[in-house]
Design a protein around this ligand. Structure first.
Ligand SMILES: *[C@@H]1O[C@H](CO)[C@@H](O)[C@H](O)[C@H]1NC(C)=O
Ligand SMILES: *[C@@H]1O[C@H](CO)[C@@H](O)[C@H](O)[C@H]1NC(C)=O
Length: 485
């Protein structure tokens, strides 16, 4: 695959991306090993010949990615999810022992860097992470385990146009934050709580399209300007006082989000100390915060990932200075190396499995909801699902059109993921038996999954005291589940 460095090669890679996403290319792999017994990942030995600790402009970044994919054809695949307004490719590098094909039963995860063009530390960290992975695969057991069991998709820059007009050494301010049309890409996604009237930008559309095609289990978005791991929700139903209130806006998976944020913060050299960047900025206990408790925002990427696709994304603010001088980059790498790796390994915590029909065929788009956690998720075309959960006892509701819904109980332990296969029986209708008759099948109410355009999650709950609003939002709920369910 020396073709990678040519135009024809890029076209071929785009076709491979398309094949991955549309035509069910996948391979089945041996069942998962465990990470618990592995030694900690070893330190990275930077190799300035391949990648120096300096900022790389778009051409240099492209050259590095192409050269790496040519050098490590068995571990990497390079594709573009689209172009920025000024025509720069939004490159994604997959790093995995199966770079070209999804491994059935194993999770896909991602990192997104530089959504704000003037916050480029993450962009450079992700290039070094790629270099670290490919150079450590054969010598580091932990990295080998991670790449053998996970497909890691890395988008080093979501906003290359903004980066192009940013200035090294500028710690604050907005120049380069926005895309070339002046839009803040982390305010440009559809929102769970409020209508977002911002016109969708090409960079945002590319990411939306990407995450609709690949089911990502876990994700991190890298920012600068603070030192904290921030988790959903970023927005809040209390929008009227949005500017003044900073109350937490918690998801039903708050325990998991806190845990994921702590994994990042505690493996970081400093983050969990929770020291304020400046005297005028907040100190975050343990280096984590709920997004809305810090400051609420509409149209953020992490809420979108979670609510629309069940992907657990958190926002990683990794440098007090947005665009620190290049000589500090090595230090940033040392601070973040372990966090970046350990966070991704969390995709292997919780429950995973398949939903089958009675003939043993996978059911695609079966809806799953963990009881008490009202944000649902769906199976892939191979019938796979994943959910990150902490140790405990859980019930899952599994529902698919044309099948009898099922409730399944399971236990999560610390040491390894719980494997859970669910077979759904076709729903039966007995002719000639009146409603209410004993053998007449009545589907239990389908779990309420939020769908884009649906009512906000707390609309119904908040209005239970109010008869009229309650009726309206229940009506909307059933309308949406009829249309989309
Ligand atoms: C890639 O994998 C193939 C098949 O396993 C092997 O023969 C080849 O040597 C590998 N190439 C590299 C560059 O590691
Ligand atoms: C679940 O189904 C998968 C795919 O067919 C299979 O590989 C796996 O062994 C099954 N696991 C259990 C626990 O039955």
């Amino acid at each position: 695959m020396i073709l990678r460095n040519t135009i024809a090669g890029q076209v071929l890679l785009l076709l491979l991306y398309a094949r991955h996403t549309f035509f069910s290319s996948a391979k089945t792999v041996a069942s998962e090993q465990l990470s618990m017994a592995l030694p900690e990942p070893r330190a990275y030995l930077p190799d300035a010949q391949n990648l120096d600790f300096v900022y790389h402009d778009h051409e240099e970044l492209t050259r590095f990615l192409r050269a790496t994919s040519a050098r490590y054809p068995n571990l990497t695949a390079l594709y573009s999810i689209g172009k920025s307004i000024q025509g720069r490719d939004l490159w994604v590098m997959v790093v995995s022992s199966s770079p070209y094909e999804h491994m059935v039963g194993k999770p896909d995860v991602k990192y997104v860097g530089n959504i704000h063009g003037n916050e480029p530390v993450g962009r450079e960290m992700l290039l070094h992470l790629i270099q670290y992975f490919v150079s450590s695969y054969n010598t580091d057991q932990y990295v080998k385990w991670l790449l053998d069991n996970t497909r890691i998709h890395i988008l080093p820059t979501m906003n290359p146009d903004g980066y192009a007009v940013s200035k090294e050494g500028t710690c604050d301010g907005g120049q380069g934050r926005y895309n070339a049309r002046g839009f803040d890409l982390n305010r440009n996604f559809p929102d769970y709580f409020k209508q977002n009237n911002k016109r969708g930008q090409p960079e945002t559309d590319a990411v939306k399209d990407w995450i609709s095609k690949i089911q990502f289990v876990l994700s991190g978005s890298l920012h600068g300007g603070a030192l904290v791991a921030s988790y959903p929700y970023d927005n809040t139903p209390n929008s009227m006082f949005q500017t003044y209130s900073a109350a937490p806006s918690l998801t039903p998976d708050d325990d998991v989000f806190k845990h994921l944020s702590l994994v990042y913060a505690r493996n970081h050299a400093k983050m969990s100390r929770g020291v304020a960047c400046k005297s005028a900025t907040p100190a975050f206990e343990n280096g984590i915060t709920n997004g809305a408790a810090w400051y609420p925002l509409t149209g953020g990427m992490q809420d979108y990932n979670y609510v629309w696709y069940g992907c657990m994304e958190i926002t990683l603010e990794i440098s007090c200075c947005k665009f620190p001088p290049a000589y500090e980059l090595k230090k940033y790498w040392e601070d973040n190396q372990l966090s970046l790796i350990k966070f991704l390994a969390e995709a292997h915590r919780g429950v995973q499995g398949f939903v089958f029909d009675p003939a043993g065929m996978p059911i695609e788009r079966a809806s799953i909801k963990i009881k008490g956690r009202d944000v649902g998720f769906q199976t892939t075309k191979y019938g796979e699902f994943w959910r990150i959960l902490l140790p405990g006892y859980y019930k899952a509701e599994v529902f698919a059109e044309g099948y009898a819904p099922r409730e399944v109980e399971f236990v999560i332990v610390e040491q390894h993921p719980t494997l859970l296969n669910v077979t759904l029986q076709a729903s039966k209708r007995v002719e000639g038996v009146g409603a209410g008759g004993p053998s007449y099948y009545r589907p239990m109410q389908a779990p309420q999954h939020y769908r884009p355009g649906g009512p906000p999650p707390y609309a119904a709950a908040a209005s239970t005291e109010n008869g009229i609003f309650s009726t309206i939002s229940n009506g909307l709920n059933s309308l949406y589940s009829n249309i989309f369910g």
